[in-house]
Design a protein around this ligand. Structure first.
Ligand SMILES: Nc1ncnc2c1ncn2[C@@H]1O[C@H](COP(=O)(O)OP(=O)(O)O)[C@@H](O)[C@H]1O
Ligand SMILES: [Mg+2]
Length: 268
């Protein structure tokens, strides 16, 4: 149940945008990928998901539970995304269909992955809405995305990602588009869902304070390279690279609770 990324290189249009990235996510591990915009975080995640743009070529190795998945045919990668690896993107609007009720969309994830009848899937969607702490789940499943707040929409996207009970969740800046006041609730939710289910997590952010709330291990990227990686508490205490030192300076004050970074493993 582990992911090993080894010497991953991604080229787009003759430009090397990910340059020898290596890191591992052990079973149940929570790893944060952090770096400035353009440092290669999203492309690294997309490579794991088999969703790189057509123009990109990737070399190196990505092993999922010991099996090489870099370069697998699309069909097998799609199955992997459905069964094993869930994803939450920055902007929930893009993940949601504006003309379908949220219950139908959550139910659709369940139906596709488990083949249960539509009515059963809709019933289960209520339970999934409750799991991500949406208010009044039985009623909210009948609503459309535009009738929900940004934070509620992201909860729906999380419910869809988790409906197939993935072993690994990849969240790419899931709170960046949200109001600061909403962010903390989503982070707490993600962390408790991941911990309760014993899932592994790759969490992408440019904010070290956010990372410290959900991840135990951080991989710091700059220009497509890993400049530093290690336990979050070590990075906070003694960041060795100038990049990490700058990230520490820039970490959002509003979310900054150093204790939260240190109570890993016993937060539930
Ligand atoms: N589809 C694409 N075509 C060309 N260049 C891209 C594409 N996607 C990303 N890049 C480039 O690759 C680099 C890394 O991008 P990305 O992984 O999205 O960074 P991050 O997520 O850290 O902000 C950036 O310089 C970006 O401009
Ligand atoms: Mg990105």
């Amino acid at each position: 149940m582990s992911l090993e990324v080894d010497d991953l290189r991604i080229e787009i249009g003759g430009r090397t945008v990910v340059d020898g990235v290596s890191f591992a996510v052990p079973d149940g591990g929570r790893v944060g990928l952090i770096g400035e915009s353009g440092s290669g975080k999203s492309l690294t995640a997309l490579a794991v998901l088999g969703l790189l743009p057509d123009a990109a070529t990737a070399t190196g190795s990505i092993r999922w539970n010991g099996r090489e998945i870099l370069g697998l045919p699309d069909r097998e990668l799609a199955r992997l995304r459905g069964d094993d690896i869930g994803i939450v993107f920055q902007e929930p609007r893009t993940a949601l269909n504006p003309i379908r009720t949220v219950g139908r969309q959550i139910g659709e994830s369940i139906r596709i992955h488990e083949g249960v009848p539509r009515r059963e899937a809709l019933r289960r969607a209520v339970a999934e809405a409750e799991r991500v702490a949406l208010p009044d789940p039985a009623r909210i499943v009948g609503r459309y995305p535009h009738q929900l707040s940004g934070g509620q929409r992201q909860r729906v996207a999380i419910a869809m990602a988790l409906a197939c009970r993935p072993q690994l969740l990849i969240a790419d800046e899931p709170t960046t588009a949200l109001d600061v006041t909403i962010q903390a609730g989503i982070l707490t939710l993600l962390r408790s869902l991941v911990q309760d289910a014993g899932m592994s997590l790759i969490f992408i952010t440019h904010d070290l304070a956010v990372l410290a709330q959900v991840a135990t291990h951080a991989v710091v990227l700059e220009h497509g390279r890993v400049v530093e990686q290690g336990a979050v508490e070590d990075l906070l205490r003694s960041p060795s690279s100038p990049v990490t030192q700058a990230l520490l300076r820039d970490a959002t004050a509003t979310l900054w609770h150093p204790e939260i970074g240190r109570d890993e493993g016993d937060a539930s």
